[in-house]
Design a protein around this ligand. Structure first.
Ligand code: PEP
Ligand code: MN
Length: 352
């Protein structure tokens, strides 16, 4: 069976949030196949729901619907498993791949149980990030599958639960999946714009961002009648709309063969490197001055923290930075880092 590594970027996984009826799964699969852009067919059979009494999936009967739709269209199929029983039923039904949901990745006991049930099966596993922004939980789950003799373990970024944002259903926090990719450079990293966005109008921009961050693929939910979907109705789109979204994606590559462009890029990067060197030297100089001030503070029994002075610096630099086109958020962040490092230097002087 072809693995994720054999599919040309971007790998596109699509299908309904939930398998609802045999006809719905089959029709979605046929329409998706018709776009010519889909590599893998998805559907949830067992649905982990936050609250009880909402639709919790059709259960085992749906496995065959998905397998049949896969056979009809020639697409490999994938579903979510959350315990050893799900694994057993899915392997028996003949699934090519399985994904681990965000609510499972948070639980090392559940992950280990699934990994044990899959040991040596040769199946491909896609691990969604845990609900909470904890990189190590995600890494740990991937390691448990790798330790279970599974060679093809990949990752799906579906965003993180956060009190902060009202824009996204799940805050993307792009830095976490990028850190994961650094930890496992050979892993395929798939973005799930549907569960990040939670609404249709954001799917395009989230998908584009993922492509610009060199993700390997996308998992996007699609449904023949999205408004009447039994789960995640607000974020699902028809195969036709998905087709447009994928056509509108701009696929940039990491490199270019254009010699002139490469030359210009090299020159610009050399300049950036030069400025980064100057910045490091300037910051070190600033810290030396902070240490000198520390000597005076120690000698004259003055506190390290000087709230008024700090406030003045912030105000002045915010004004200057804004005039130079920097964002307020960036200025605040970088000043905070500088301030903390200065305090660290002065504390060292005080404790000498
Ligand atoms: C899903 O893919 O339908 C799903 C339940 O996702 P998550 O585990 O990311 O919430
Ligand atoms: Mn869903």
């Amino acid at each position: 069976m072809k693995g994720l590594n054999d599919i040309k970027r971007p790998i596109i996984i699509s299908g309904p949030c939930s398998a609802e009826t045999e006809q719905q799964v089959m029709q979605t699969a046929i329409d998706l196949k018709g776009t010519g852009k889909i590599n893998i067919l998805r559907a949830g059979i067992w649905k982990p729901r936050t609250r009880p009494n909402s639709f919790e999936g059709v259960g085992e009967v749906g496995l065959k619907w998905l397998i049949d739709a896969g056979k009809e269209t020639g697409l490999p199929v994938i579903t979510e498993v959350a315990n050893a029983k799900h694994v057993e039923a899915s392997l028996k039904a003949g699934f090519d791949m399985l994904w681990i949901g965000a609510r499972t990745t948070v639980n090392p006991f559940a992950v280990q149980e699934i990994a044990d049930a899959l040991n040596g099966s040769g199946i491909q596993i896609l691990v969604k990030n845990p609900i909470n922004p904890d990189l190590n939980l995600w890494i740990g789950a991937i390691e448990r599958f790798k330790n279970a003799n599974l060679d093809e373990v990949h990752a799906i970024h579906r965003g993180f639960s956060s009190v902060k944002s009202k824009t996204y259903r799940n805050e993307p926090m792009w830095e976490i999946p990028l850190a994961l990719k650094q930890e496992f450079p050979r892993i395929n990293l798939i973005c799930d714009p549907s569960h990040i966005a939670g609404r249709r109008d954001l799917l395009q921009s989230v998908s584009q961002k993922a492509m610009d961050l060199i993700y390997d693929g996308l998992m996007i939910e699609s449904h023949i009648d999205p408004d009447n979907a039994w789960s995640d109705a607000q974020q699902q789109i028809t195969p036709a709309v998905l087709n447009n979204l994928l056509s509108d994606l701009i696929l940039r590559s990491e490199n270019t063969d254009n010699i002139e462009a490469n030359q210009s890029l090299t020159e610009l990067r050399d300049s950036i490197d030069g400025i980064d060197n100057e910045l490091s030297e300037l910051i070190a100089k600033r810290m030396n001055l902070a240490s000198e001030i520390g000597d005076y503070k120690k000698e004259h029994n003055i506190t390290i923290l000087q709230p008024k002075r700090w406030e003045e610096i912030q105000k002045k630099q915010l004004k200057l930075g804004l005039e130079e086109g920097l964002s307020a958020k960036f200025i605040a962040k970088y000043l905070e880092a500088i301030h903390q490092e200065s305090i660290r230097h002065q504390t060292a002087v005080m404790n000498k």
